[in-house]
Design a protein. Structure first.
Ligand SMILES: C[S@@+](CC[C@H](N)C(=O)[O-])C[C@H]1O[C@@H](n2cnc3c(N)ncnc32)[C@H](O)[C@@H]1O
Length: 291
């Protein structure tokens, strides 16, 4: 990842330390000026996160705002890619909108590696997406071996990831009014200067290869770039996670209406009714194991 950003991996701290963690008091990675001086960013262990000692050493802690009740963290490499890209380039703040879901474009992922696809789907769920179109090009999400499918689903945190995944191919481009192909590097308009808020009729494509570019020459498909360092086969999870985070920044979070509670109380299909006195059994805690 460091190489893609033109940075270096380091075991020591150079310049101020920025901790990347969704810890209490962390500020969003959005809404910062581009980086001017040398800085070190630290990301944590996939299981344990950053240690309290590293958090205490940091000049600031930044978080990637997530919008899911069940998938609250990203894969560590995906988080490092997003954090590195925003710290380096800076950005405006995350938008606020009355109905963000109406602004969110469709997203189309193309991947060849099952774990890269799974990790990208984890990022999509964490960043508030409900649906993703997937052309897995042999990555095995739909038809891989049992082991591949298990690994891909573990990487996607599928047991708690409610994302709807739709099988798709480049032929589906024709169904959309505006198709934007995001390239990791190269000369095109920078992604952050594109408007990514046109709703479902807009399609953002990540992970395409040169065959799609050829096809694009005949059609009305546009390109944008992340301006990463050129690299032969950049991992899908890194590229896709940056793109998903930029869409989430532009689409925005729901604007809170003054006086309205932030979270709607859950609705149940049936209310719990008290049982009749004869149906109630009192159990001493010491006897619970018998039940
Ligand atoms: C999978 S996370 C560790 C999660 C930790 N076990 C927990 O449950 O909170 C691995 C690392 O990725 C980075 N990371 C993942 N999601 C993040 C987010 N939403 N904001 C900031 N950093 C994040 C952090 O550096 C974190 O230490």
């Amino acid at each position: 990842m460091a190489r893609l950003l033109g940075a270096v991996r380091s075991a020591s701290i150079v310049g101020p330390l920025i901790a990347i963690e969704n810890a209490p008091g962390a500020r969003p990675i959005y809404g910062r000026a581009p980086l001017r001086d040398q800085t070190t960013i630290a990301v944590g262990n996939e299981r344990r996160g950053l240690s309290p000692r590293t958090l205490a050493l940091a000049a600031e802690t930044l978080e990637i705002p997530t919008q899911s009740r069940t998938v609250k963290t990203l894969n560590v490499a995906a988080a490092a890619a997003i954090a590195g890209w925003y710290v380096l380039h800076g950005s405006a703040r995350q938008a606020q909108a009355a109905r963000p879901e109406l602004r969110r474009p469709s997203v189309f992922l193309m991947g060849r590696d099952h774990v890269e696809v799974g990790s990208s789907l984890r990022s999509a769920a964490a960043l508030g997406f409900r649906d993703v179109l997937l052309d897995d090009r042999g990555a095995g999400w739909f038809e891989g071996s049992a082991a591949e499918r298990r690994e891909a689903r573990a990487a996607a945190r599928r047991h708690k990831n409610p994302l709807r995944i739709h099988r798709a191919s480049a032929d589906d481009f024709d169904r959309f009014e505006d198709v934007l192909l995001v390239l990791p590097s190269g000369s095109a308009k920078p992604l952050q200067r594109e408007r990514l808020t046109h709703g479902r009729r807009q399609l953002i494509v990540v992970g395409s290869d040169s065959a799609d570019l050829l096809r694009m020459a005949q059609g009305r498909v546009r390109t944008a770039t992340l301006d990463l360092e050129p690299c032969e086969d950049p991992p899908l999870r890194l590229v896709a996670s940056i793109v998903l985070a930029e869409i989430a920044r532009q689409v925005g979070r729901r604007r809170r209406i003054p006086g309205k509670p932030a979270v709607r109380p859950p609705r149940y299909e049936a209310a719990v009714r008290l049982g009749a006195a004869g149906d109630v059994v009192f159990v001493d805690p010491s006897r619970l194991l018998e039940y």
